[in-house]
Design a protein around this ligand. Structure first.
Ligand code: C5P
Length: 240
């Protein structure tokens, strides 16, 4: 497979064409952004760590019946992925109160939710990714009623699986963001990445932050924290 021309440059990843119309070449960058890209720093090895962590988690999810876009991990920073039409919704699942949820509702960070909360955000940089509900999703024609139900169900299945996978590594999955896409036949699959850039991960005992909040709030060395997450996931596996 040959890497072709650049199709899309995102904040933390880029997508290139290949000779196959159904396959894209995805590269992970060291760039790390906050505040919708207003703050940006490159951390050596961050892209490599996210590629490794996301590959491990996508394989785990595939093994447990979740369809994803991942075809093959080519190198430290490169993957071959199925071409999908990305549904421009950031789906967030929360297990513990943190981040924008705490701010929006004026509640303290750290409380475990009785049941997970699923939220939709419209993926549109120019609008700062606004919080939207099912009616907005239908109004914007981002997904049908049946697809909305499917997206929520998929997000909750992924949540249950990831909670178990992380807990085995003594990590609490506080919240995370996923993006999904449609294959040519309209099947919805998990796309993008799942990494400490897109999850809140706390040490289960000390509640130490092991994710991008280290960058957002200047809490120390981001790369060593991401290395810790990878190492723990490699050391501890689950039966599921
Ligand atoms: O900021 P907020 O609390 O809404 O973020 C919830 C989760 O979604 C966090 O794990 C955060 O890292 C992730 N997220 C993301 N990309 C965004 C917004 C949030 O990965 N654009």
């Amino acid at each position: 497979m040959q890497k072709g021309h650049l199709l899309y440059e995102g904040k933390a990843k880029s997508l290139f064409a290949t000779e196959s119309p159904d396959i894209l070449w995805m590269t992970y960058k060291d760039d790390t952004t906050a505040l919708n890209g207003a703050r940006k720093t490159a951390f050596t090895d961050k892209g490599k760590l996210n590629n490794q962590i996301s590959t491990l988690l996508f394989h785990f999810l595939e093994k447990n019946g979740v369809q994803t876009h991942l075809l093959e991990t080519l190198s430290d920073t490169e993957q071959l992925v199925k071409k999908v039409t990305v549904i421009p919704i950031e789906i967030i699942v929360r297990n513990v109160i943190a981040g924008s949820f705490a701010k929006k509702l004026g509640v303290a960070e750290g409380e475990e939710l009785a049941e997970p909360i699923v939220e939709f955000y419209y993926k549109e940089d120019a609008l700062d990714d606004p919080f939207i509900n099912d009616d907005h999703v239908r109004y914007l024609k981002l997904a049908t009623t049946a697809e909305i139900a499917e997206l929520k169900e998929l997000a909750l299945i992924i949540n249950t699986l990831l909670q178990q996978r992380f807990l085995a590594a003594d990590i609490l999955l506080v919240d995370f963001k996923i993006e999904c896409g449609r294959l040519n036949n309209q099947t919805i699959v998990l796309a993008d990445e799942i990494s400490p850039d897109s999850c809140r991960l706390w040490d289960v005992n000390t509640k130490q932050k092991l994710d991008k909040d280290v960058f957002r709030h200047d809490l120390g060395d981001l790369v060593s924290v991401y290395q810790e997450v990878l190492q723990r996931l490699l050391n501890k596996t689950t039966e599921v």
